[in-house]
Structures are given as C-alpha cells and as structure tokens.
Design a protein around this ligand. Sequence first.
Ligand SMILES: Nc1ncnc2c1ncn2[C@@H]1O[C@H](COP(=O)(O)OP(=O)(O)OP(=O)(O)O)[C@@H](O)[C@H]1O
Ligand SMILES: [Mg+2]
Length: 478
Amino acid sequence: MIDSDFIKNSKLNIQNVSRETLDELQNYSLSIIRKNKEINLISSSTEKSINTRHIEDSAQTIDFINKNDVKICTDLGSGAGLPGIVLAILMKSKKPEFKVIFYEKSYHKSNFIKEISKKFKLNTEINQKNIFEQKDLRTDIIISRAFKPLPVIFEIASNNFKKFKYIILFLGKSGKEILKDASKRWKFDYEEKKSLTNDESLIVKISNLQKKMDKKVISVINQKGGVGKTTTVINLAAGLTMKGKKILVIDLDPQGNATTGLGLSNLENSELTIYSVLNGNKKISEVVQSTKFDNLNLVTSNVDLSGLEVETAGDSRRAFKLKDELASILNDSRASYDYILIDCPPSLSLLTIMALVASDELVVPLQTEFFALEGLTQLMKTIERIKSNLNPSLNIRGILLTMYDKRNKLSSEVEQEARNYFKEKVYQTVVPRNVRLSEAPSHGVPVLVYDKACPGSKSYFTFTDEFLRQDKLVESAA
Ligand SMILES: Nc1ncnc2c1ncn2[C@@H]1O[C@H](COP(=O)(O)OP(=O)(O)OP(=O)(O)O)[C@@H](O)[C@H]1O
Ligand SMILES: [Mg+2]
C-alpha cells in the first residue's frame, strides 16, 4: 500500500499544497502502478517506492518552474507523464494559465497521459509525435527526465525549438562530468541543486544555451582531376543554403571553376581573389564576394594563383597562411558562417597543403572508375603526413562516390571495393553520371537551381542531408 500522506512526510518543501492536490498526486501514482501491468511505464522494481523515486523526484523541480517568467513547460519523451503531469497537478491552483506540453511518440503512453490529464482537468497539450521530427517549437521551459543523454537534449533544444528560456534536466552521479564534457561543444550557464530523492543525483537548470561551432572548415579534395570536386562544392554549398545554413566557398584552384560555376568571373584582376590574400596583399574579409544566392558567399580565384608556389618559396610559414586568414573569419561573429567549403585543385601542391592545414574535415569525391582507389593511397599518405606534422585534428568526413553508372559493372565493383575498404566513411549517397550536372556550370548556377528534379540534383539533395546528419548527435544517439 502507498502512504497517502507521502508528500507530507517527504523531504520536499512544497508549500500550500492542498489536500486535493495531494489526492491527485496519489491517485496518479496508483494509476501508474495499475497501468504498469499492461504497458511498461516505470521499471517494476521502482513500483514500491514510486512516491519518492518518481513523484517527489519530479516534484522537486517546482522551484525552477514556479517563476513569473514561466508559463509553458514542454516535457520531452515523458513516458508515464513524469515529470510533466506532476508539475501540471502542482501548478493547477498556483497558476491556472500554466500549461504543460508533452511529446511522447508511443501511442499507449501518450493515451495514458491524456487519460490522466482529462481526469484531473489539467492544462496540457499532448502530442503523440516524435520530437526529432518537430520544428520551430516554442516554450519557456524544456524539461526531460530519463529520455535521452544531455548532448542529445541540447541538440533537440537548438534544432527543434525556435524559442525556449531554460532546460531542466535530471543528471545521475556523473552529472558534473557530463556538464563539463558538454561545455566543449556548447556554451551555457547553469544552476544546480542536489536531488532530494537521490543523494548522488543533480537537477540542473540550463540557460543561454549556444552551440560552439567547431568542425566547420571542410575541403573537398582529390588530387585526381575531373572527379567531381568542384561539382560537389557548388552543389553542397547550394544544398546547405537551402537548408538555412550560411556558407562561404573558397575557390582554391587556379582554374577558377567554382568561381564561374557560382556565376562570378575568373577573368578579372587578381586583387579581389584568394591569390591576393595568400600573397599577403589583402585580408580575406576584403575579398569575400556575394553571389546571386542568399547566404552563399565566395572567395574567387583565377589563373594568377598558379604562381603562388614559386612566389612564396622563401616563406617558411606559408603552409599556415590560409589557416591564419580563416581564423580571422571564424572569430568574427558578424561573419558567422555555418560551413566554409574549400574547392581544391587537382594536385598535391602547396595549395592543397594549405587546404589540409586549414581544414577540420575532408570530403573526398571518388569517381567510380578503374584507377579510382589507386590514387587514394597517395592522398591518404599525404593526409597522414599533414596530421602528424601540421594539423593533428584533421579528419576525413566522408568519401563520396561520383559519376556512378549503374549500367556499368565497373561502377558497382569500385563501389564494393571502396565500401569494403573505407567502411562507413563512404557516404550512402551515390552521385550518378548525369549530363545535367555538366550543363549547369556553363549557366553559372548549381544544378540544384538549374534543374532541381534531375537525378544529379536529387543525389546532391540527399547528400546534403547525409552531410548535415553527421553534425547531429541526435541521429546517432536517438
Ligand atoms: N556526376 C556527374 N555526371 C556527369 N558529369 C559530371 C558529374 N560530376 C561532374 N561532372 C562533370 O565532369 C567534369 C569534372 O567535374 P568537376 O569539375 O566537378 O571535377 P573536379 O574534380 O573539380 O575537376 P578538377 O580536378 O579539374 O578541378 C565537369 O565538366 C563536370 O561538369
Ligand atoms: Mg575542380
């Protein structure tokens, strides 16, 4: 039997709680135990201590909730309705306009929350939906108990919510370490309080959450010519801006193909190109140009860039020049790009080394043809050399198979070989050989704009999604 005076006997200091409120809490906990026979709401080993382990544990967040600036609280993956139902019951008489919104994807669990909510006439909104698929949500508080690890909750807060003030979370005994670890990727303030129901646990209130963007300089690289580097840069850039990202493309190839492919000229004087930045005449911010596409800026290139290697021969720090210049953009909050994409030339020259030194990650397009993998060995060696000498954090983000011809047996053989060897590093998306991809550059637009329905475009849209998923812990931990 459950002690009907449980809240009175508890360590919690819940003031002005009426008899009616206590009865409702009591009734709710009995309902959970009854329902727990049909569906798994709480672990059966915690049934006996449901009042401390679940009801009081949830109720102790009331100090964080019962504030003037809090009217809406969103409970993520709430299961049995913990803590949302407890808070809705406690707040009912204190602040009638206070509302709890639930996201619980299980049909049976959300129905249970609905029944309880109806029974006690609670001010709630119950969504039987997957929170990961929601967009632009608004709330004052995001609260979650035993739903997902903290980094995942942070990702949901930043990706799926348009507005929230605080996040309230229950952390176990390694709570401090979890917060410290999260601070590598996130900036936030927090208040903590020791859990009253479990000495080792913490309740934290997070505010001012902001993502620290790392891993944003990405080179598209392969010393082999004509494998689809520039096509990938242009269309990934376009795809990312269509997803609301802000992109800077740097054309680091004297051929200037990314420049013309994005509608600018590679024939103008080199004052406004990457060349004058790398030879020290200009700051990079002075040569960033806008394109006809929103949120897509470009640093152009022209043939003069091919002279750089000889001209800077005496400069021992020249390999770092691009990195140093990009640092000024990365530190400038007004220029907050989500990604900087570098289009590399088809060689392992100084320009490529500069890109490798300046990059966080690499995307390697691989044409599905006979000698494709052979060239990669040399590239991998160069990458290893740069890693151990000049840029230890450099990583291959992924390998993109391009110009795939499904009628040609060789294409599928190369694909098999690449997947066997590079495993999950090879993107699932495969770019087919598609003539529309080769037509688009002469119109100075990405194929995603030129003909968005052609197979080439479809593959680059899919690739953009796959690329973006790599930066979302959400997907891997969900
Ligand atoms: N999937 C594809 N199907 C058909 N044509 C393609 C495809 N991808 C790229 N192309 C075309 O193949 C040529 C080479 O592609 P791209 O310029 O992107 O390669 P690259 O690796 O940048 O070349 P380079 O090494 O010269 O810089 C271009 O004419 C381009 O339009
Ligand atoms: Mg190119």
